[in-house]
Design a protein around this ligand. Structure first.
Ligand SMILES: [Zn+2]
Length: 454
């Protein structure tokens, strides 16, 4: 077959596909009206009472005090609850869980013992647990085997299962070795473990690595800035930023040394991941440049952490807040152990419970509730670079919202009691119980374009 007839066939196939879509009877988008007893705007840290939110299909159409409820609308009564935007974990890992048994918390072994497909299924479960806790957006930044993270994003976007909006990074990009100290067998043969990091040393390799991740569905790029003594220079980081921008991606730098932090700041990185190595001077510069911090501020609990590390984490978070750094709520969650149970009931803690438990660190740092709310919503949407589509409860935005008992503006722990979750205008949780039926669909709800990338 010559090239022209192949092209013609392709065109016919595309056209046929469009005809099928056009013939699908178009039903009017369902209208939902929510009565909100209290509606929080985390941007301003204020609340309005007795609001009505009108939702048409997936998006918010109107918000106000005395809105007429359209005939035929489904009315949801949240008049005894506080409604607010969904929550954001700005740095987590959905498809990596290292354990005490069998791998003795040694995460190299998790990579060896658990396949990407197995980890992708775990990621799907984690996504449902997070959505149940009110997290409607997550940034999933690496350690997902061979792209379990972008697969999860595609599966949720296609409507196969419920889950947060996933902003995946694909494989973490680092200089030789990444975060690992591989054996020569691992490094040279790349048969085991190596999917976890893309080695990129020269400028050509950095460009190639960024492009590969975007090709396979990444929505953000993650660099190991200083995981090895040879780390990335300011020029290297700038190159990654400009290449990522071509695919609409912002760059997060994993930072673990003060020198690495300085290089990331000098290069104008968008987000710094992990706050441990940052000094008050770094915080000052980050605030000046508007760089987001995903501090991954681990609380001290009976299942994780030490008192000493916790005190340092709290002090760093407090200083970053005092310096007015753009803080996001972030966990770096990627572990599990047998002690993760509710101390009172003895029930297992879900991935959602474990994620919202990071509030303990923010409370210990004496961050005001309104500022925690901004970090866990608006700043998260900005760091995820989706603030133009999701987050604010305003006309034109996707209807992603939650409701809690109590008032999180005065008692931040109210966020632990999420009673209602709506994602894309569909109810996922009501009266404290998951009602996910509408989220399960046997085929793509959205027609995928190309290879599901931008
Ligand atoms: Zn991490």
């Amino acid at each position: 077959m010559n090239k022209i007839s192949v092209l013609l066939l392709l065109l016919v196939a595309l056209f046929a596909g469009n005809v099928v879509v056009a013939q699908t009877p178009s039903q009017p988008a369902p209208i939902t009206a929510i009565r909100a007893g209290r509606l929080i705007d985390p941007e301003t840290g204020t609340a309005a009472v007795n609001q009505v939110i009108i939702i048409e299909g997936e998006k918010i159409k109107a918000v106000g005090a005395n809105l007429a409820i359209p005939a035929g609308a489904t009315v949801i009564d949240l008049s005894k609850l506080t409604v607010m935007p969904g929550l954001v974990d700005a740095h987590t890992h959905m498809a990596m869980t290292y354990k005490e048994q069998p791998e003795n918390n040694y995460y190299y072994l998790t990579y060896v013992m658990e396949s990407t497909p197995l980890r992708a299924i775990q990621a799907a479960s984690n996504g449902i647990q997070l959505l149940n806790a009110g997290f409607t957006v997550i940034r999933d930044v690496g350690n997902n085997g061979m792209y379990a993270d972008t697969a999860l994003r595609q599966a949720i976007e296609q409507g196969w299962l419920p889950g947060p909006t996933v902003i995946p990074s694909g494989i973490i990009i680092g200089g030789t070795g990444g975060q690992l100290w591989p054996t020569p067998e691992m490094y040279k043969q790349h048969n085991i473990v190596y999917p976890e990091y893309l080695d990129a040393n020269s400028h050509d390799e950095i460009v190639r690595a960024v492009r590969e991740n975007m090709l396979f569905g990444a929505r953000t790029i993650k660099l190991c800035i200083d995981c090895k003594p040879w780390g990335y220079s300011v020029e290297d980081i700038k190159l990654a930023i400009s290449e990522a921008a071509k695919g609409g991606c912002k760059v997060e730098g994993h930072v673990q040394t003060p020198e690495g932090a300085q290089r990331a700041i000098d290069a104008g990185i968008y987000i710094i991941g992990h706050g441990n190595a940052l000094t008050p001077e770094h915080h000052r510069q980050m605030a000046e440049k508007g760089i987001f911090l995903a501090g991954t501020d681990t609380p001290y609990t009976n299942y994780r952490g030490t008192e000493n590390a916790f005190r340092q984490t709290v002090d760093k978070l407090r200083d970053a807040w005092e310096k007015k750094v753009q803080l996001t709520y972030s966990t770096d969650f990627d572990y599990w152990n047998e002690r993760m149970k509710d101390e009172k009931t003895g029930e297992w803690l879900s991935r959602g419970d474990l994620t919202i438990a990071f509030l303990d660190t923010w409370k210990a740092a004496r961050i005001p509730a309104a500022d925690i709310l901004r970090a866990i919503t608006i700043n998260g949407y900005k760091a995820a670079d989706i603030i133009k589509e999701r987050g604010p409860i305003k006309p034109g935005f996707y209807a992603d919202l939650i409701a809690v008992a109590g008032d999180p503006l005065t008692d931040i722990d109210a966020l632990r009691r999420v009673q209602f979750v709506m994602k894309n205008g569909m109810v996922f949780k009501k009266d404290g119980v998951m009602t996910p039926e509408k989220f399960f669909h046997p085929g793509p709800v959205r027609i995928p374009s190309g290879r599901y990338t931008r």
